[in-house]
Design a protein around this ligand. Structure first.
Ligand code: UD1
Ligand code: UDP
Length: 369
């Protein structure tokens, strides 16, 4: 059996890392990188950390408006399929433009599509990820649903492919990182957040990059004001912010970058690799984010998550009490950082929500069948 994974952006690589071993054990597994992400810290670093093979093809698409970016992906992926259409299954991950482009091209070329992380819905069509998910799910032949809510969404939409409840791939990748990789991380030491530097003060970890936030000047000002208020009220609480290039570009364009940098408590750093990021998450007091992946990883690590969005696809983490939605509302963010504490049993449902960490094996078995 020949399986090809199509990936292109940071969260795609991390999900690929979780299943690569299992897929390679049953098939000749090729990797196509669309080139959507290309900075070392958003792309190659993950191949290195997880010992993933160099992609068989890199389509080198790069950045651009959605139509251009997706058009180039389709054109360049199609060329490979026309030249060498030997694949039985195209495997796609999550909800990025690379995910949908991979599913669309494969379907049109008569190749079966399997979707890892199928069925998630935020019910917010402003998010490009939402349309990518819906379209990909309706094209897929095999849909690997991570949660019960995802399963329910797929039933309600009457998708035509076969739906399999697998649990979420993050369980095994987070477990692997915590058990095997964390000792090699130097990030806490280098940011002087460890005990050697007498640091007894907790910190907040923040990531913001989603399109709906980084295209809103008002939203970004509201977030900066929250950081400014926190700097005034809780002087010892640092905010560590590995900033996505999209966010940095937008802040610079809006002349807001320097205002952010001036917040005494905010420590802006470049995006970090997975091992360092898990180390930062695991030791944070709370996490402030608009990321999809970070919401579920913070739940798995038992760290309270403040989600700077109107809605989430990871609804179970909110229902369990480990995650709250604040949108970009200054007051709600400040209150959540200062006063909100999850109920004591908030994080006790990890395996009920995300499964027992055998997701890659279940995916492998389904593909073999
Ligand atoms: C994409 C995904 C999003 C995911 C995120 C993960 C889509 C629609 N969005 O968003 O779901 O959460 O990846 O991080 O697929 N840029 C660089 N260097 C890079 C890549 C991007 O500087 O290596 C900058 C460019 O200015 C680019 C901007 O970031 O225009 C946005 O990149 P893009 O890949 O279009 O979307 P993301 O915001 O990264
Ligand atoms: N992540 C990382 N380094 C960072 C920020 C995030 O390795 O500096 C990881 C994080 O642990 C998670 C994934 O990137 O696994 C999430 O990617 P992102 O937030 O970019 O995308 P989303 O999940 O929102 O699509």
């Amino acid at each position: 059996m020949k399986i090809v994974s199509v990936v292109g952006a940071r969260p795609n690589f991390i999900k690929l890392a979780a299943v690569h071993g299992a897929i390679s054990s049953i098939s000749d597994h090729s990797i196509i990188h669309t080139g959507q992400h290309y900075d070392y810290r958003l792309s190659q670093i993950f191949f290195k950390e997880f010992n993933l093979p160099k992609p068989d093809f890199n389509l080198g698409v790069g950045s651009g408006a959605p139509g251009y970016q997706m058009g180039e992906m389709l054109k360049r992926f199609q060329k490979i399929l026309d030249r060498d259409n030997k694949f039985d299954i195209v495997l796609v991950y999550g909800d990025t433009n690379s995910t949908f482009a991979g599913a669309f091209c494969a379907t049109r070329s008569g190749i079966k599509v399997a979707h890892v992380e199928a069925g998630l819905r935020s019910f917010d069509r402003r998010m490009p990820e939402e349309t990518n998910r819906i379209l990909t799910d309706h094209l897929s032949d095999y849909l690997f649903a991570p949660t019960a809510a995802a399963l329910k969404n797929l039933k309600r939409e009457h998708v035509t492919g076969r739906v399999i409840h697998t649990g979420d791939v993050s369980v095994e990748i987070v477990r692997h990182a915590v058990k095997k990789l964390l000792p090699s991380s130097q990030i806490l030491r280098s940011l002087q957040l460890d005990k050697h530097h007498n640091n007894t003060n907790p910190y907040i970890l923040m990531t913001i990059h989603r399109a709906e936030n980084t295209s809103s000047e008002e939203g970004m000002i509201s977030l900066i004001r929250a950081c400014e208020i926190l700097a005034y009220n809780t002087r010892d609480l640092k905010i560590i912010f590995p900033i996505h290039p999209r966010t940095a570009n937008f802040l610079k364009h809006m002349k807001l970058y320097r205002r952010f940098k001036k917040c005494k408590n905010v420590h802006l750093i470049n995006p970090v690799g997975y091992i360092d990021f898990i180390a930062l998450m695991k030791n944070a007091k709370k996490i402030v984010t608009d990321s999809g992946g970070v919401q579920k990883e913070s739940y798995l690590l038992g760290i309270p998550c403040i989600t700077v969005r109107k809605s989430t696809e990871w609804v179970e983490t909110v229902e369990a009490g480990g995650n709250i939605l604040t949108d970009t509302n200054t007051h709600k963010i400040v209150k959540a950082v200062k006063d909100w504490n999850p109920p004591s049993r908030a994080f006790s449902k990890r395996s009920v929500i995300f499964g027992n960490g055998r997701t890659s094996e279940k995916i492998k078995n389904s593909l073999m069948q």
